[in-house]
Design a binder for this molecule. Structure first.
Ligand code: SF4
Ligand code: SF4
Length: 176
């Protein structure tokens, strides 16, 4: 009985091996062949631009607050028109766990994940990406989104002229 069980087990294992021999290999010979990940794959992070070509990031620090490993840092600055931007913006990819929380937290769609997984560097210092390395000339996943147009902040247009905004109330008219 025990002998028969052993023979059966061996034959079953051999069957699995034989079946696998005739299957297409699952191994991809990287880097000669590069796998194309799904569009929502979370790898290299970029900073995108709005439809007018301006920087989307308003240096609100929400992404760095959401980051569980504290690998995002920046300094806020303000342009002559009152529009905020990041004077410098840094991501330390040697700590990043590609969780995507920064992109989820961003109200302006500035920070986005891309499927570019080729981020390996021998020197960990080369994994510290500055704003120049992160900023791309594109709107990424939602090219038409313009934070200032939607938020209606009186910087890119007068208050109340945002695409989904009511005109500001006249507070005097509310007084008894
Ligand atoms: S993907 Fe996650 S770990 Fe990486 S920078 Fe964003 S929040 Fe931080
Ligand atoms: S990338 Fe987005 S969340 Fe981060 S500081 Fe800029 S606007 Fe705020």
């Amino acid at each position: 009985m025990t002998l028969w069980r052993s023979i059966r087990g061996t034959l079953a294992a051999l069957g699995v091996t034989l079946k696998a021999i005739f299957r297409r290999p699952a191994t991809i010979p990287y880097p000669e062949v590069k796998r194309v990940p799904a569009p929502r794959y979370r790898a290299r992070i970029v900073l995108t631009r709005d439809p007018r070509g301006g920087e989307r990031c308003v240096a609100c620090h929400l992404c760095s607050a959401a980051c569980p490993v504290n690998c995002i840092s920046m300094q806020a600055a303000e342009g002559p028109d009152g529009r905020r931007y990041a004077a410098w913006f840094r991501i330390n990819f040697s700590r990043c766990i590609f969780c995507g929380l920064c992109a989820e937290a961003c109200p302006t769609l500035a920070i986005q994940m891309t499927p570019d997984y080729e981020l390996c560097r021998r020197d960990p210092l080369e994994l510290v990406f500055e704003k120049e390395d992160l900023l791309v000339e594109d709107g990424g996943k939602d090219r038409d989104y313009d934070f200032y147009r939607h938020a209606g902040i009186g910087v890119a247009q007068a208050r109340g002229e945002g695409s989904e905004e009511e005109p500001p109330a006249d507070v005097r008219s509310l007084l008894p």
